[in-house]
Design a protein around this ligand. Structure first.
Ligand code: 2RA
Length: 340
């Protein structure tokens, strides 16, 4: 016996990946409902070799359904997550709405799987921000070995993190650079993204950080360890899919680069590709469609006593969103619901 699963936001980038990954990983689904907003109603989506017609989330009755994967943004989540949760359906939400709620677990299964046990307070589990998810997968095994004091991270985030319109904007602007008369003014972003980088993701806070940077700090503390100091600079780059991060880590104790590499090689969810030669590292275009968090450029930071630098790349629609959500459902199933 399996689960009755709902995917809300089934026509978006992340929703479609959720359906793909549920099928790829053969999650034990007895029945699946694909929900969309009225605007996308009736759109057909693929679930493995099946084609589903999206249903109206407004009219949907969540009672009798076991798990709902939400990829509908914070505003819609605010309306529908409490309805689904009250109907007894556990919501795994990809928006940022519940991530900082003390009564809602924020989970990366390779890092804090036990946190799903506390889902019952609100019947909701939160998925982390994409740039946080890949980073904490890398931090956790190193933190367990040599206790992390401080992390300095610079991100190189693809436009798919902003949605379909941003993908179109990068494509159209790039094309417009070569085809006279097809120049495209910035719309999704405040400045041109084609052949450019933009040091601004989400809104600016009074501190001068952006909310994306605040999320990486706050979520790392909730998922891994509140004592870790994190400072982040999040940058949008002209890449379609795949986030990359340059991560500098300071430990309480010395950790040799070779030992760090061995630890990461053995860690769940990680693929180490680290050769000190041309092409001996991973780039975003190579991570697309993969489950792994790739780690390269592991090396001592000799400017401090106990420092390591590394390069971290992962598919932001998968580990950064849809894969992590499905892995939370798998963990919830194994640890709590025990069907399938
Ligand atoms: C971004 N992390 O990359 C944010 C939301 N997905 O735009």
């Amino acid at each position: 016996m399996g689960y009755k699963v709902v995917v809300a936001g089934a026509t978006g980038n992340v929703g479609r990946e959720m359906l793909n990954i549920l099928a790829e990983r053969q999650f034990p689904v007895d029945e699946l409902a694909a929900l969309a907003s009225r605007r996308s109603l009736g759109t057909e989506v693929s679930f493995g070799d099946k084609t589903l017609t999206t249903q109206d989330i407004e009219q949907f009755d969540f009672s009798g359904w076991d798990i709902a994967l939400f990829a509908i943004g914070s505003d819609a989540t605010k309306k529908y997550a409490p309805i689904a949760a009250a109907a007894g359906c556990v919501v795994i939400d990809n928006s940022s709405l519940y991530r900082y709620d003390p009564d809602v677990p924020l989970v990366v299964p390779e890092v804090n799987p036990e946190a799903v046990d506390n889902y019952g307070k609100k019947n909701i589990i939160a998925n982390p921000n994409c740039s946080t998810a890949q980073m904490v997968v890398a931090l956790k095994p190193l933190h367990d070995r040599a206790k992390i004091k401080r992390v300095v991270v610079s991100t190189y985030q693809s436009v798919s993190g902003s949605g379909k319109e941003a993908i179109d904007e990068l494509w159209d602007q790039t094309k417009g650079m070569y085809v006279p008369g097809q120049e495209k003014e910035p719309k999704v972003y405040p400045k041109q993204i084609a052949f450019n980088v933009i040091p601004h993701i989400d809104v600016f806070l009074d501190s001068g950080d952006t909310k994306e940077e605040w999320k990486m700090v706050t979520e790392t503390k909730k998922i891994v360890d509140p004592s870790i100091k994190v400072t982040a600079t999040c940058v949008r780059v002209p890449v379609f899919v795949g986030h990359a991060e340059s991560i500098n880590i300071e430990f309480e104790d010395f950790l040799d680069e070779d030992e760090a590499r061995d630890i990461l090689r053995e860690a769940p969810g990680i693929m180490v590709i680290d050769k000190r030669e041309d092409g001996g590292y991973v780039t975003p275009v190579e991570c697309v469609g993969d489950y792994a968090t790739f780690i390269s450029r592991i090396r001592q930071d000799v400017t401090i006593e106990n420092g390591i630098n590394l390069w971290c790349v992962s598919d932001n629609l998968r580990k950064g969103a849809a894969l992590n959500a499905v892995q939370i459902a798998e963990t919830l199933g194994k640890r709590v619901l025990k069907k399938g």
